[in-house]
Design a protein. Structure first.
Length: 437
């Protein structure tokens, strides 16, 4: 039995057991001399489950996360961002210069989570340990990693965030640190003239949430993140000067991400090897970046197509997933989701692709007015072709719903999928197929 015939059988099987929409067309002689019917069937079973990865690498993700917020499904999510700074490109400073101030500038990414209308507090602490990978066989730092920092903050700021209106958050740091930096630049005998020397002296900063915060903020981790030392020099007139200590390296920038899920359904998720069915979690499946919670999909009926023979051809398969409707919604729904193949151990095997070899991403349909008919659609035709081509379907294989890599490692974006059995809620496949006489 060849692969096209096998794929056609899938359509026949669905046709035998489900409602169908038919379009009968007369096809030209150059294609096929018969009456051909195109049908859409949407009742293939999709089983959903969730699991939690022990840890994920959050270094080099491009975003620094700081703050905390309470989520109705994912509990209290808290982030502390770490990064290193480098020496100014020009390190010579006049002995007569006078300190004005020293500040850290954190550029907003435009993303926030939770309630930003209330007063938020961010504290900047000096890191006391080397920020480095703890696994000698790896070069990554993980969401579960943390490094000791001084309990006394270098500076803090309480304000009402406007991440979509302002371009950066500026926090003034202690004059003591400013004086230390000035003296370091003035005194060439310290020999702090290369990055490694400076990092030994100033190991980095931890950006820490205030205890009463209700929002988690995202900042861009690149060269626009910096500490600026402001000084002036009195000659014939006042000369204002500044020295920029730039963001050093993405390898030593990471986010510690934790969540308190006590009393929530996802408290049951503890390991990557054990996924918990949506039926055991109030007919829901969970996906959250940063905390590493993943949704798994299984298709238990695929193997049944080998039981029937017919001349049918499946030419398109669409997977439809619906998010839980939340009013109000504390976090915007993600617009971009993708799929990975997986095995019985929930390992990430490969990202699914289309016939051109391009990664498959969902098309997002957002009902902004009524918040009722919102859903994601994935074209998984090529995936089904591959699964069915060998005349055997491994029941241990499935799909993982995921964010793109930068989003999964650098945000706490999340979505809760509806897995109820009703036709308006459940996940399903749209199977478009052709059959002919």
């Amino acid at each position: 039995m060849n692969s096209k015939t096998i794929l056609g059988l899938l359509g026949l099987l669905m046709l035998m057991s489900c409602e169908e929409d038919h379009l009968t067309i007369s096809v030209g002689d150059n294609f096929i001399k018969s009456e051909t019917t195109v049908a859409l069937v949407d009742s293939m079973t999709v089983n959903m489950s969730s699991f939690k990865i022990d840890s994920i690498a959050t270094s080099s993700c491009g975003y620094l996360l700081a703050g905390k917020y309470s989520d109705p499904f994912f509990g209290e999510v808290r982030c502390t961002g770490y990064c290193q700074l480098d020496l100014p490109s020009y390190t010579s400073i006049d002995d007569d210069e006078v300190l004005d101030s020293i500040c850290i500038e954190l550029p907003y990414s435009g993303t926030s989570y939770g309630d930003t209308l209330t007063l938020q507090t961010i504290k900047i602490h000096r890191v006391l340990e080397d920020i480095e990978a703890t696994d000698i066989d790896a070069s990554y730092i993980y969401n579960t990693s943390s490094f000791k920092y001084d309990t006394q903050a270098l500076g803090e700021k309480s304000w009402n965030p406007r991440p979509n209106q302002n371009d950066k958050l500026e926090v003034r740091l202690s004059d003591e640190l400013g004086a230390d930096f000035m003296n370091m630049l003035k005194d060439n005998n310290d020999g702090i003239d290369i990055t490694s020397d400076f990092v030994d002296y100033f190991k980095g900063v931890a950006v820490v949430s205030g205890s009463e915060n209700t929002a988690l903020l995202s900042f861009v981790a690149d060269t626009s993140l910096k500490i600026v030392l402001y000084t002036h020099l009195i000659e014939e007139e006042k000369i204002e000067k500044s020295y920029i200590f730039p963001y050093a390296s993405s390898l030593e920038q990471f986010n510690n991400i934790s969540s308190d899920v006590s009393g929530f359904s996802i408290e049951a998720l503890s390991t990557q090897r054990e996924n918990i069915s949506s039926g055991a979690m109030a007919d829901m499946a969970y996906l959250q970046a940063g905390t590493a919670i993943v949704t798994r999909l299984d298709f238990p009926s695929l193997s049944r197509i080998f039981e029937v023979e017919n001349k049918n051809y499946l030419y398109k398969a669409e997977l439809v997933l619906r998010p839980i409707t939340e009013i109000p919604r504390p976090v915007p729904l993600p617009e971009s989701l993708t799929l990975y193949t997986t095995d019985k151990y929930n390992n990430f095997v490969s990202q699914i692709t289309d016939t051109n070899g391009d990664a498959v991403y969902a098309t997002f349909y957002h009902d902004e007015f009524f918040n009722e008919d919102t859903y994601y659609v994935f074209d998984i035709t090529n995936y089904l072709y591959s699964e069915l081509s060998g005349n055997y379907v491994d029941p241990n294989n499935g799909l993982l719903v995921m964010f793109g890599s930068s989003e999964f490692y650098g945000t706490v974006n999340r979505v809760v999928f509806d897995a109820r059995s009703g036709s308006s809620y459940r996940p399903y496949l749209n199977l478009y197929y052709i059959f002919y006489n």
